[in-house]
Ligand binder design. Structure first.
Ligand code: LRH
Length: 489
């Protein structure tokens, strides 16, 4: 019996069929599609109906392959949402979190409510695109969509709603809004009234593994499939990725590496302290009643944007070829702080890297290889920084770092990460989010007793590739130099 995971990332989506074959998981990517945001009227939006259309294509392809799944679930990037009017219709096109309408909003909201007040209530890191600031921006701008809003659904909630007709919010993703209070287990009405948003548009968030309806009769008729069960899983893609970390120990450090890099550890309770606030760590909800103590790192985004920029100039090359250019460029020449807010919005990254270098008294990269090496070394060094902070905040000491997600195809980055932290990196699986999505469906159906069995099975099914540190003292010196430059924290 097969099941189906839809995993939507910031640059591509996929439909993955999973089956249990004895004690092994077998997965097959049945459909992959680009996720291309659309700029319209000066705003950046997700093409939500195209994504929904592609999800339907995934189901049709599964059917054509004779694999009607017994259940399905969706996970996606966090923080973004759609608003539903009182007739059940989606109001407008969901915004992309990189849209600039939130500029300056976080500063205004935290100035009014106070950073520690917000952090103590939610345990969530301050990122300018968090849902709280997106909603506050709509409020400030007197958005008619907000005035008509009847329900608030995050991206996977919304796609699930299209499939089932049921409006349900899911816990792991709800926590990323910075409006959900883990100690009360509900949306924080004080924060909501602080930004002038009615609590009535939010539904009680359901836990990963909850039954969330079946396909609507209209969807079944359109696609020629039966009323398949739809489950809520860890619908925040990072929550699903962490489920798939194939650790043998309950105490482990992970790096979910894709457009974003999310580095941290799994904990039983949020770590809400003055120090975690100061370091801007987050405590996002996970599957199996866990929390994800982690920090966002800008990730492969800067490289993806560089690739697009150079392609616009006619210098098109594959991502893998781009990474290769770094291999022969001089080492430790210049660094950036990848988490400087200047790198957040889409646009020309070469200019911003040059600006950063000038501002910090470094020479500017000149060749493609120098730019790529600068970004990749800086990422590896930032991983070391956040790895050590994770040890400090959790009071744990890790033997190495698990890397999951598409970023593990970048072998040079895996090696440099191991060199930078001076510990082994265990890479795999690459499709962490989709596999974690499937695993929670199997936990819900009783195939797995819980996270431990799921992780053991994932380890046995996919294995890991080990990278041992071989960088020597040079990385230590580079780290000291890198830390001097990190002006933004
Ligand atoms: C990664 C991710 C991350 C969020 C960001 C918006 O895909 O979900 O965890 O912070 O996208």
């Amino acid at each position: 019996m097969s099941i189906l995971a839809y995993d939507l990332g910031a640059s591509s989506g996929r439909a993955i069929i999973g089956r249990l074959n004895g004690s092994r998981i077998v997965t097959e990517e049945i459909h992959r599609f680009p996720n291309e945001p659309v700029q319209a009227s000066g705003r950046l939006h997700w093409d939500i109906l195209r994504l929904y259309h592609e999800m339907k294509q995934g189901l049709l392809k599964a059917k054509a392959a004779g694999e009607i799944p017994s259940s399905l679930a969706v996970d996606s990037w966090a923080v973004d949402f759609g608003l539903i009017g009182n007739t059940g219709e989606l109001l407008g096109n969901p915004y992309h979190y990189r849209d600039r309408r939130t500029e300056g909003v976080m500063e205004r909201v935290t100035g009014r409510i106070g950073k520690s007040e917000i952090f103590n209530r939610t345990g969530i890191q301050f990122l300018p695109f968090n849902t709280i600031y997106q909603l506050a921006a709509m409020k400030e701008q007197h958005s008619p969509l907000l005035q008509e809003a009847h329900r608030f659904l995050m991206i996977p909630d919304l796609l699930r709603y299209f499939l089932t007709g049921e409006m349900l919010n899911e816990f792991s993703n709800a926590t990323t809004t910075q409006l959900y209070n883990p100690s009360t287990g509900s949306w924080d009405s004080e924060l909501l009234s602080g930004i002038g948003i009615p609590s009535s548009i939010f539904g009680q968030a359901v836990q990963p593994g909850t039954a969330a309806g079946t396909l609507l009769p209209s969807v079944c008729t359109e696609l020629g499939v039966p009323a398949i069960t739809v489950l809520a899983v860890g619908e925040h893609d990072t929550a699903s990725a962490v489920v798939a970390v194939p650790s043998e120990s309950a105490s482990f450090a992970y790096l979910s590496c894709g457009t974003w890099s999310l580095l941290g550890t799994e904990v039983d309770q949020p770590v809400i302290t003055a120090r975690s606030l100061e370091l801007n760590f987050t405590n996002e909800g996970g599957a199996g009643n866990k929390y994800r103590l982690l920090k966002n790192i800008m990730g492969l985004w800067i490289l993806q944007e560089l690739q697009r920029e150079w392609a616009r100039e006619g210098k098109t090359q594959s991502f893998a070829d781009l990474v290769e250019t770094a291999r022969t460029a001089p080492s430790f020449s210049v660094f950036i702080d990848p988490d400087d807010p200047m790198f957040l919005a889409p646009g020309a990254m070469t200019t911003r890297i040059q600006e950063f270098c000038t501002r910090t008294g470094q020479k500017r990269p000149e060749t493609i290889g120098q730019y790529v090496r600068c970004v990749m070394e800086s990422l590896a060094l930032q991983y070391r920084y956040v790895y050590e902070l994770t040890e400090e905040l959790s009071g744990r000491s890790f033997q190495g770092l698990h890397m999951v997600g598409g970023g593990i195809h970048n072998e040079l980055l895996c090696q440099w990460t191991s060199d930078a932290i001076g510990k082994p990196v265990w890479a795999g699986p690459a499709e962490g989010s989709a596999i974690g999505n499937l695993a929670v469906q199997w936990i819900a159906s009783g195939e797995f007793s819980g996270l431990q069995e799921a992780r053991r099975t994932i380890r046995e099914s996919y294995g890991v590739k080990t990278y041992e540190p071989c960088g020597g003292e040079a990385w230590e010196e580079a780290f000291q130099r890198f830390r001097q430059l990190s002006v933004h924290r």
